[in-house]
Each structure stands twice: as structure tokens, then as C-alpha cells.
Design a protein around this ligand. Structure first.
Ligand code: ZN
Length: 1015
């Protein structure tokens, strides 16, 4: 077999040689007219590790009297692709600015915003002199092509000949992926200076935008870390993602940006990070036709398309565009004998959380490359790629790789993409125009003519925040001027309306849709469910009546705010707990004001207040009212608080925030929520927990996922992470004398003691399973046996099983959507019984619409999962759960069949995992309190995304509160602070903080058992 392949390869190469000669001859002809930079060109040859990784486009560099190359640019003074060297973003930006300032008239440079740490993000625009001079005019053309409500068909047809597509290249988002930012310096120079017809064609027909470094803070840290290790540590071996270090004694790349690492490319929906907001803002302003993001995680070059399923809200044309671009680039590289260029596999195309969705959601096309790592140190890699339909020219065997190979392969491919864009300029503009027309037509033809967001819904401040974030993403809003009913939906004056007949309705289509990810698809690349209104637990209602478009409404022109304020008169002010996250800043910004929380619902002066509402006796209204209004909360001044309302003090806690030094990826999303809501905390590393006197310093500790027990360092040399004059980007956002080690058993003991002494520890995801694993939380265990569960990044139903718990304050119904991803699977003696999927009418997780076949299913989307319906205003009906199940407590052997049938009339589940242990005897006050849990039946769980094998989740806790000594451990099996998308569950963690020393409030009476109430 290998022999056959060898013969084929030889034959291909023989044919290629001739083609290459012809191509090279054509280029050489053009080059003869232009002087070459011999020194630079010689170094390209010198540093190239394998001759296969080259094309006629990048094997030379032309000379310029005006524009410096990096080889002659002070502060860099080397060619792109020099082994063993990396360039700071600040120098890359300086260099691009120098290109713009060199007087060619072919480039323009500007900044597009600051990072969290105050560094600039930039764009360098390149085109011919006439285009650069009239850049704003070209910007206007694209704006016209964006809006068919204002632009006539005749005008658009004219513009297809006069407008020019913007091809925006971005890179440097993932800090350890180093080559893109380096390569883009050379690409910029070449596009400005070179006079071959190939480059001229690009310059004359395309406006190329270059943002060389998206994660600027992370780039500077990465370069500093590389040189730090070069100077002080053992040789730095190629580090991949995360903070994984090289050898012992090597400083890992601890942080990338201020908040997250690799997830900076999962902020496309949430758009919390400055980098995403800056790209979004510039994107809305310039309306790029194509956005191309450069990454480094595949061999040798992967051009994005994806295995599918593709996002179902993308215009179908975009899918064609993905494939046209990818096939163009692969074919041109294959023609030149460059191996290992491919597409399809690796990515799926489903979830819209990637940064390049900022253009997809605005009807343009996003792409990415993944190339073999830059290094920057040369290495030999062994690759045995299979030949597949999506990889016609695989790499097989060893190859010497290095930064020049990385530069050559991606610079060549992107030049082919730019040239393709230039040659087919009108096609991309026409596609863009048609996609914008299609979007508007979806609003005028239906079936969804728009959406209504009630302004006075239960969590109205959260709803206003959501509206503002969507406005920032370019979605146009209107506000109802008077009351009307449309499509059976009652709309009140002040309600927010998203008209369907706008080009950027694609944002709404992508976000508000419900996902259905059949498991017959390839494994998902990332999350499977993201439905915006579920993750935020707010009401957004689609309108299927065209009359919406003619109802009285006016445009929203700036940010909105929730209607809030203080009504009534009286000495006491009650702030209704509406589940709004702004309850948190309200408490902390008035930290010195004494407040109490009501432990149950109550009525006062004719208003009904929810459990957890804040009460301020003898309130200073002039102090309270402006803040209530600013935060969009509802408060009432009343003459007195009715007697009989149980309350507890809302003591403002001192918060400690524990982070890992080896995994700073996910904790940043929790930190993001804390910073946004202005919650003060002390931030410190796991490895110093054991030396702190925790209880005397803190009342609440947050230990987000990513933490681990591990061990403390035993001897050896400390590895500090500190700022210095030589390495100014290190030591942020936290610094330490020693990054080594994790919590250690010593630290775990300290955490346990903290809780015993009355502190509250909040854990989520991975850290939620640690206390149970160490048997520190009586009655709570972790199940690692659920091999068949498929629940990747999905939205499932959560049922509030203990509405008396302060952690559940603020919800007006007893259920909410939760984000869950595979685990952990907790058990609090409440029973995970294996519930068989009821038979009636189920598509079946593994359904293939026919007999099982040993072959791949090539139309996996033909058979969908069955989703459970969601209504945010409805209670989960208690009689739909097997309330009378086999006699109460524990997981007694053979729990009987439940008395009541689940909704939909499916057969009740049979006895579960019979024969489990009898319930352990336990002191009532130590019994874990299950606040939130999965439904009993798998068929009731999946709201949006994927779920198979959900039976194993039956009745399992999603949120447990365990009492140890006089303190509490709060364990979230869900991920309440996921990627700035789960605002609907933030309040659960916030409630635990607000009520930290009264979490026993509302505890069911002796003999009752939290979650057992459901059974
Ligand atoms: Zn990447």
C-alpha cells in the first residue's frame, strides 16, 4: 500500500514540476522589472527547513526605497521566520504604522480600541493609492450594500462594479499560536511594495485589513514568557494551549488576557472581552466582506469549512462561500506541491461563539486557518496523514519544520485567498447584497416577523442588560408606543421590539433559535446549545403575525434601562428580589447600610414581595432611590414591615477568590461576572491557601472550576511570576513568588477548617466534586460511571427543589434553564435512578430513521432529537413528577414505579437501579440540601442542544448546599457563570454570597428532605 502511494506521489510530483516551472517563470518575468531585496531573500532560503513548503509568492521579497522591511526596522532587525525569536505586539504595531507612514499612499493605520490592560488594537488597511485616498467612500459603498431597506436594486447593481470587498485578516488571538502576527508583517510589506500582476490585482480590487494581534495583552505576556525562559529556565519546549509548561523550571504562560485564555475565541456571543467588543465595533463600522482569523493548531494547514452540522441560521450562501474559499486555497497550494493542506474535518460549524461570528451574524463570511506551529524554534515532526476526500495531498513522513515554513505556508495560502477575492470581486459583493436582502425578506415574509421583549418582565434589569448587549452587536430595537396585541401576544407600551425586517436580524435568528443537535452527527467541537433567552432566563417572544411591522413603535437610539425606582411613601424601603443580578451591586454599593432579607413571600402596602427581598428599615430615601433607579430595580416605601415576616441580616461578606496557577482558563468567566457587578474580592493562588488564616480574613471563598488539590511543591527552585523592567508584561493580573503546585492536602484541610468555622465556600464544575471525593460532605458523592451520557455544552431543565433556600431567592417560577456539560454527576442521597426513555413517539437519540447501518450516516440532520418545551413563565407542574415514588427517602432498594405519569403521557419509568444502598443515617442538620435538580425523566430535560443517555441525570442535584460545622459548602454541578452567557444563573451564586451566614434559612423541617420533595 505504501508502495502504491509512493508511485502515485512520484507521478504527481513529476507533473507538478512542469507546472511549477511555468508558474515560476510567469512570476520571475514580473519580478524582473522590480529590484529584489537580496539580503532578505537569501535569509528566506536560509531559514526554510523544507523546500516543499514554499511557493513562487513567498520565496523572495522585493526591495523598496520607501518602506522598510523588518530586517531594517529598528527594534526588530530580522526577517519574518527567523528561528528563536518572537516579536512583541507593540513592535508589530510600530512596524505596521511605519508601513502606513512610508509615503506610498497604499496603506492606512489606525487604532480600534484598548485592551483590558490599556494596550492598543489596530487595523492596517492596504489597497491601491486611489482606494486608500477614498477609503470612506468605499466604506459608504459597503454600507449601502448592507441595507436593502435604503438601497435600490439598481443602485446595488451599480455598486457591484464600483465597491470593493474588505478582506479583514486577524491573528494573535491565541497567544501560544505565534506565527500569524509575525507573518502579517511580511504580508503587509509585500502587499504594499510588490509589483507583480498577482499582487497588483489584489491591491486594485480588494481592501485588505490587517489586525495582527487580537489578544494584545496575551501576546506581550507570551513573548515575555518565551524570553524569560530563554534566559532563566531550562530550554522552553513547544508549549501548546493552556498554561502547560515545558520542562521543570519553565515558567508556563500563566495568563493570556486578563480574564481567559483559549476561550477568548468563545466570546463571539457573550462579547464581554475588550478584544471582541473592539472587533465587533470596527466590524459594524466597516462591514468587512470577509473576516479571516489565523490560528495554529493543525498540520500543516487547515482551511475552515467543518464537518457539520452547520449553524442552521447562517444564510445558505455562506456555506457555499466557506467551501469555495477552502477549495480555492487547497487547490492552489496543491498545484504547487505543498503537502498537508486540507479542510472539512476538525471543526464543525455549529456554535456561533467564535469571534468570527461577529461577521457571520452580520451576513458576511468568516474563515480561519489552523497551521503548523511557528515555534519559534526549529523542530522535526513526523506526520502520517491519511489521504481523504478532504485532504487530497496529505503529508506522510518526517518534515523539518520551523518559523519560515510556518510563514511560507500561511502567507502563500492567504495570498491565494486574497487573489481569489480580487478576481471574483463582484461575486463576493453580490453574495453579500443577496444575504442582506434575504435577511430583510425573512422579516417581511415570515414566519418570524420580529420578537418582543417585555420591559416589565420579572427580571427586568437582566432583560435591559440583554437588550443593551444586543444593541452593541448591531441589532436594531424599537419600543412600543402603546399597548397592542399581535399574534396572540400582548405588548405593553415600553416593551422592546426587534423588527424582523432588518439586515442584522441574523443576530436574532442565531441567538434566539433553539438548537437540536442529533447525536448521529460527528462529536461537537464545542457547545451544542446556546439559546440566548434560556441562558439569561428572560422572556423573548417571537411574533408570527405580520401586523407587528405596522404597530406603533419608535426606534431605540441608545442604551435602554429597566423601569425602576421607589414607589409609595413610608420609612421602610423594600427592594423586591426579582432575580436580577443588580441585587448584588445594590448590596455592595450600599455596604454600610443595614439590610435584612425576608425569608418568605409576604405582602406589604398592597404589594407582594418575593422571598429574599431586601428590607431597609428607616431608610435614607435620597441615598437609596437613585441607586434603585440606576440599577433598574423595583422598590416600595412602606409604612411598616408586617409582623411575622421572618428575616435575617444581610451581612456584607469579605470575599476571597481562589485561582489555580496552572489553569486560568475558566475561572476568568466567574471573575468577569464579579468585576462587571462590582463585587469586591481578594484574588490569590491555590498554592497559598494553606498559609492563609482563611476564616479571620474571609467570610466567603470562591473556588471556580479549574482548581485542583494536587500537591504543593516539595523543595526545588521557585518559579516566580512577577513584573520586572525586563519583562513588564509578566505578573498580571496576579503575581507570585512561586507558580508551582496546587492546593495540596494542606490547602484542602484549610478550606475544610474555614467552612467548619462558619465560612461559606462556593465551588462550581470541577471543584464542586472535590469535597465529595474526599468525603468531606456527608451524604454527597460523585458518580464517575456514566459512560453513556452525551450532554456537551447543552441547556437542560433545572427544577428548584428547595424554594426555601436563600440560594433560590428571586425566582418567580420553580424552574429555569441551566447550562450543563457532561458533569460532574453528584448524588445527594436523592437518587439517581436510571429512568428508561419513555417509548411514545421519541425520535430517539441514536435514531437514524432506519435500521442501524455500519456505515457513516451522511445525512445526520434528517432525524432530530425530541426537545422538551420551555415556557419561562410556567411552573414545573408537581404532578408531572413521580411524587409518590416508592415511599420517600433515600435510594432504597427497588424504588417502585412512580404513581403519576410524566407529561406527554409516556409510560412511567420502571424501578430504577434497584438494590442501591439503604439511606445512611445522618443528623438532620447535616443532611445535604439539594436546591436545584434535574427532572426525574430524561424526556423532560433537554431544552436546547444535545442530550443522550439523560436517564443517568434523573433527579440528580444540580446545586447542593452542604453544612459542615457552622459553615457551608455550595456545590454547583451546572456552570452558573459560563462564558458571559448564563446571566440567568448568576443570581444563584450571588444569593449564596448575599446570604452567606444564613443559608440554613427556610430549611425543611426535620424529616423532610430537600430534593425528596419532588419524589
Ligand atoms: Zn487558536
Amino acid at each position: 500500500m505504501s508502495r502504491t502511494k509512493g508511485i502515485e506521489s512520484t507521478a504527481i510530483r513529476g507533473g507538478l514540476a512542469g507546472t511549477l516551472l511555468l508558474l515560476a517563470a510567469a512570476v520571475a518575468g514580473a519580478q524582473q522589472t522590480q529590484r529584489q531585496d537580496v539580503e532578505y531573500t537569501n535569509k528566506i532560503k536560509e531559514f526554510l527547513t523544507d523546500p516543499r513548503i514554499s511557493t513562487e509568492l513567498v520565496d523572495h521579497l522585493p526591495w523598496s526605497d520607501k518602506v522598510p522591511t523588518t530586517l531594517r526596522f529598528p527594534g526588530i532587525m530580522r526577517i519574518v521566520g527567523t528561528p528563536g525569536e518572537l516579536t512583541h505586539a507593540a513592535d508589530i504595531h510600530r512596524y505596521l504604522k511605519a508601513i502606513a507612514d512610508a509615503g506610498t499612499g497604499r496603506a492606512k493605520y489606525w487604532t480600534i480600541g484598548k485592551t483590558e490592560e490599556g494596550r492598543d488594537m489596530v487595523i492596517l488597511a492596504i489597497a491601491d493609492e486611489q482606494t486608500i485616498k477614498n477609503l470612506d467612500q468605499y466604506k459608504g459603498y459597503l454600507a449601502e450594500l448592507t441595507d436593502p431597506r435604503k438601497t435600490s436594486e439598481a443602485r446595488a447593481q451599480q455598486l457591484l462594479h464600483t465597491a470593493k470587498p474588505i478582506y479583514w485578516i486577524t491573528s494573535g488571538m491565541h497567544s501560544p499560536e505565534r506565527g500569524g502576527p509575525e507573518m502579517l508583517m511580511e504580508l503587509a510589506y509585500r502587499l504594499v511594495v510588490e509589483e507583480t500582476p498577482f499582487i497588483q490585482q489584489i491591491r486594485n480590487n480588494v481592501i485588505t485589513f490587517i489586525t495582527p494581534v487580537v489578544e494584545v495583552d496575551g501576546r506581550e505576556r507570551m513573548v515575555d514568557t518565551y524570553y524569560y525562559n530563554k534566559k532563566y529556565a531550562l530550554p522552553a519546549t513547544g508549549r501548546g494551549g493552556g498554561a502547560g509548561g515545558g520542562g521543570a523550571g519553565t515558567l508556563p504562560l500563566v495568563y493570556w488576557g486578563k480574564y481567559v485564555a483559549h476561550d477568548d475565541n468563545r466570546d463571539g456571543m457573550g462579547q464581554f472581552l475588550a478584544l471582541t467588543r473592539n472587533i465587533e465595533k470596527a466590524g459594524i463600522e466597516w462591514k468587512p466582506t470577509i473576516l479571516h482569523d489565523l490560528h495554529e493548531a493543525q498540520t500543516l494547514l487547515y482551511a475552515s469549512t467543518g464537518t457539520g452540522p452547520y449553524n442552521e441560521q447562517l444564510d445558505a450562501i455562506t456555506v457555499n462561500e466557506w467551501w469555495m474559499f477552502a477549495e480555492n486555497d487547497i487547490m492552489e497550494m496543491t498545484k504547487r506541491g505543498v503537502p498537508g493542506v486540507w479542510t472539512y474535518n476538525y471543526y464543525d460549524g455549529w456554535v456561533p461563539n467564535y469571534m468570527f461570528y461577529v461577521v457571520h451574524a452580520h451576513n458576511a463570511v468568516g474563515r480561519f486557518y489552523e497551521v503548523q506551529s511557528y515555534g519559534p524554534d526549529n523542530s522535526t515532526i513526523t506526520v502520517n496523514q491519511s489521504r481523504e476526500w478532504f485532504r487530497p495531498n496529505p503529508l506522510q513522513g518526517q518534515i523539518k519544520w520551523g518559523p519560515r515554513a510556518n510563514t511560507n505556508i500561511q502567507e502563500s495560502a492567504i495570498l491565494f485567498a486574497l487573489n481569489f477575492t480580487a478576481k471574483e470581486r463582484e461575486r463576493w459583493l453580490e453574495n453579500y447584497w443577496i444575504k442582506n436582502k434575504n435577511a430583510v425578506r425573512r422579516g417581511t415574509d415570515g414566519p418570524t416577523f420580529g420578537w418582543v421583549i417585555p420591559a416589565s418582565q420579572h427580571s427586568k434589569a437582566n432583560a435591559a442588560d440583554a437588550v443593551n448587549e444586543l444593541i452593541d452587536q448591531g441589532l436594531e430595537f424599537h419600543v412600543a408606543r402603546s399597548a397592542f396585541t399581535v399574534g396572540g401576544v400582548s405588548v405593553q407600551p415600553g416593551d422592546w421590539i426587534v423588527r424582523g425586517d432588518q439586515p442584522y436580524r441574523t443576530v436574532a435568528d442565531i441567538y434566539f433559535s433553539v438548537q437540536n443537535y442529533p447525536t448521529t452527527n460527528p462529536a461537537p467541537y464545542d457547545d451544542t446549545g446556546w439559546t440566548f433567552q434560556m441562558m439569561r432566563n428572560i422572556v423573548i417572544t417571537p411574533i408570527t403575525d405580520k401586523a407587528l411591522l405596522t404597530e406603533p413603535m419608535m426606534p431605540v437610539t441608545g442604551h435602554v434601562s429597566a423601569p425602576g425606582g421607589v414607589a409609595g411613601n413610608g420609612p421602610a424601603i423594600i427592594i423586591d428580589h426579582t432575580g436580577d443580578n443588580n441585587m448584588m451591586p445594590f448590596r455592595f454599593r450600599l455596604a454600610s447600610v443595614k439590610m435584612t432579607a425576608a425569608e418568605s413571600e409576604f405582602d406589604a402596602d398592597g404589594h407582594r414581595f418575593g422571598a429574599g427581598s431586601f428590607i431597609i428599615e428607616n431608610a435614607n430615601r435620597t441615598q437609596v432611590e437613585p441607586l434603585v433607579r440606576e440599577l433598574g430595580l423595583s422598590a416600595y416605601a412602606v409604612s411598616s414591615i408586617p409582623t411575622g415576616v421572618r428575616t435575617h441580616d444581610l451581612d456584607v461578606p469579605r470575599i476571597g477568590y481562589i485561582h489555580s496557577w496552572s489553569n486560568t482558563q475558566n475561572e476568568g468567566w466567574v471573575r468577569a461576572a464579579f468585576d462587571y457587578y462590582r463585587i469586591p474580592y481578594t484574588y490569590f493562588g491555590e498554592n497559598e491557601v494553606y498559609k492563609r488564616n482563611l476564616r479571620s480574613q474571609f467570610d466567603v471563598l470562591i473556588w471556580p472550576t479549574g482548581g485542583a488539590v494536587g500537591t504543593l511543591p516539595q523543595g526545588g527552585t521557585p518559579i516566580p511570576y512577577k513584573r520586572s523592567a525586563e519583562f513588564p508584561s509578566l505578573g498580571s493580573p496576579d503575581s507570585t513568588d512561586d507558580t508551582r503546585g496546587a492546593l495540596g492536602q494542606e490547602g484542602l484541610r484549610a478550606l475544610y477548617a474555614f467552612v467548619q468555622e462558619g465560612g461559606t465556600l462556593i465551588t462550581e464544575g470541577g471543584t464542586a466534586s472535590i469535597f465529595p471525593q474526599y468525603q468531606l460532605t456527608p451524604g454527597v458523592t460523585v458518580d464517575n460511571s456514566a459512560n453513556n451520557l452525551v450532554a456537551r455544552g447543552t441547556i437542560l431543565r433545572g427544577i428548584i427543589s428547595d424554594r426555601g433556600s436563600p440560594i433560590a431567592y428571586g425566582f418567580n417560577v420553580n424552574q429555569l434553564p441551566v447550562y450543563f456539560s457532561q458533569g460532574p454527576l453528584l448524588d445527594a442521597g436523592t437518587t439517581p435512578a436510571v429512568q428508561p426513555v419513555a417509548a411514545a413517539g421519541r425520535g430517539g437519540a441514536a435514531g437514524r430513521g432506519g435500521a442501524a447501518s455500519p456505515y457513516q450516516n451522511t445525512s445526520p440532520m434528517a432525524t432530530k432529537l425530541v426537545l422538551s418545551p420551555w415556557d419561562p413563565t410556567e411552573n414545573w407542574p408537581p404532578n408531572s413528577t413521580p411524587a409518590a415514588a416508592g415511599g420517600g427517602g433515600g435510594r432504597g432498594g427497588g424504588r417502585g414505579a412512580p404513581a403519576a405519569a410524566p407529561p406527554g403521557g409516556a409510560a412511567p419509568p420502571a424501578g430504577g437501579r434497584g438494590g442501591a444502598d439503604a439511606p445512611q443515617p445522618m443528623l438532620d442538620e447535616m443532611r445535604p440540601r439539594v436546591v436545584l435538580q434535574f427532572p426525574p425523566y430524561a424526556q423532560d430535560m433537554l431544552l436546547s442542544g444535545v442530550l443522550a443517555g439523560g436517564e443517568v441525570l434523573s433527579n440528580r442535584p444540580q446545586l447542593v448546599d452542604s453544612r459542615i460545622g457552622t459553615g457551608h459548602v455550595v456545590m454547583f454541578a451546572i456552570r452558573p457563570y459560563w462564558r458571559w452567557q448564563t446571566q440567568g444563573t448568576y443570581i444563584l451564586g450571588f444569593n449564596a454570597i448575599l446570604n452567606w451566614n444564613d443559608l440554613d434559612a427556610g430549611r425543611p423541617a426535620v424529616g423532610g428532605a430537600g430534593a425528596a420533595a419532588l419524589r
